[in-house]
Write a protein of this length. Structure first.
Ligand code: ZN
Length: 296
């Protein structure tokens, strides 16, 4: 049986038809609009295009979404990455889709994608970490995907990695991992270290690495925070593998994954294998599809 999968993100939304073996038969990527009516129209258009593949209007539908969620009610609540919008995804999709529906946090969905289709699928304990606009995670523990009471489990971007820093996270908290090491966080870390705002985006910082010692110092500090964050996560979950994905890590694996590996021993009680995602940007789509196919 095929599933319809949607990865509803702050910047892009992906729609796909996915087979039970994890093959993507058709995929559409579109920019995510910022109003409810436009989001509804985007879903309708996405589903109309996918139906051209012959997929049933009653096919299981798995949605991986930015949070925070109330997953059982099908809601996205006051999401900071879409200007504080609250979105009733269940109501939107039920107006034109008749099949069973599951809503997962995007990083939880990606963790399940890695468990079912990733670099090491025989494992029962896996942690996935995504470095993108934000920093999030998902965990499979003893074979089960951790969901939490509302589907928001494993918000590891908000682990405190520095109690002295005055850098404020998007959530309002101080010293959070995401505030230093995500796509939006890295320029804030640079501004704190240099005392001025030199770069607007993390991409500018990475591009400056070959010729600018200040960029190298910022990225070295990021590696230190990543080492602390990774060690805390491994010490918490005791996983067989930690998989790293998200746009920033996939583009810069040396700085986000390899360098921290060499400096994290001093923080670790437990050890594990750490690998870059083999599913790339499709991890959440594949996980949402696999999850809804298994639960209906
Ligand atoms: Zn935070």
């Amino acid at each position: 049986m095929d599933a319809i999968a949607v990865d509803f993100g702050a910047t892009y939304t992906r729609f796909a038809v996915v087979t039970s073996s994890g093959k993507i038969r058709r995929k559409i990527v579109t920019t995510t609009p910022k109003t409810i009516s436009a989001i509804k129209a985007m879903f309708k258009r996405g589903f109309d295009i996918l139906r051209q593949t012959g997929v049933s209007a009653k096919a299981p539908l798995g949605i991986a979404s930015i949070g925070p969620l109330s997953s059982r009610r099908g809601l996205v609540l006051n999401t900071p990455n879409l200007g504080g919008l609250s979105i009733n995804l269940k109501e939107i999709v039920e107006s034109f889709h008749k099949g069973p529906f599951a809503l997962l946090n995007d990083c939880n969905a990606a963790a399940w994608g890695e468990k079912v289709f990733g670099v090491k699928t025989k494992v029962e304990n896996l942690v996935y970490i995504a470095f993108g606009t934000g920093l999030g995670g998902g965990a499979v523990v003893d074979g089960h995907l951790l969901l939490g009471k509302d589907g928001n489990a494993v918000e590891i971007g908000h682990i405190v990695v520095d109690t002295n820093s005055r850098v404020r996270c998007g959530c309002g908290g101080m010293g959070h991992w995401e505030a230093f090491c995500s796509g939006t966080g890295l320029p804030k870390l640079a501004a704190q270290m240099l005392g001025k705002k030199l770069w607007k985006t993390s991409w500018e910082i990475f591009e400056s690495l070959p010729r600018d010692g200040r960029a190298r110092r910022v990225v070295a500090k990021m590696a230190e925070y990543n080492a602390a964050g990774y060690a805390s996560v491994i010490n918490t979950f005791d996983p067989e593998i930690l998989v790293v994905g998200g746009g920033l890590a996939l583009s810069h694996p040396r700085e986000t994954l390899e360098k921290p590996k060499h400096i994290m021993k001093k923080y670790q009680l437990l050890r594990t294998e750490m690998r870059l995602s083999s599913l790339g940007q499709d991890a959440a789509l594949l996980g949402a599809a696999a999850y809804v196919l298994e639960t209906v």
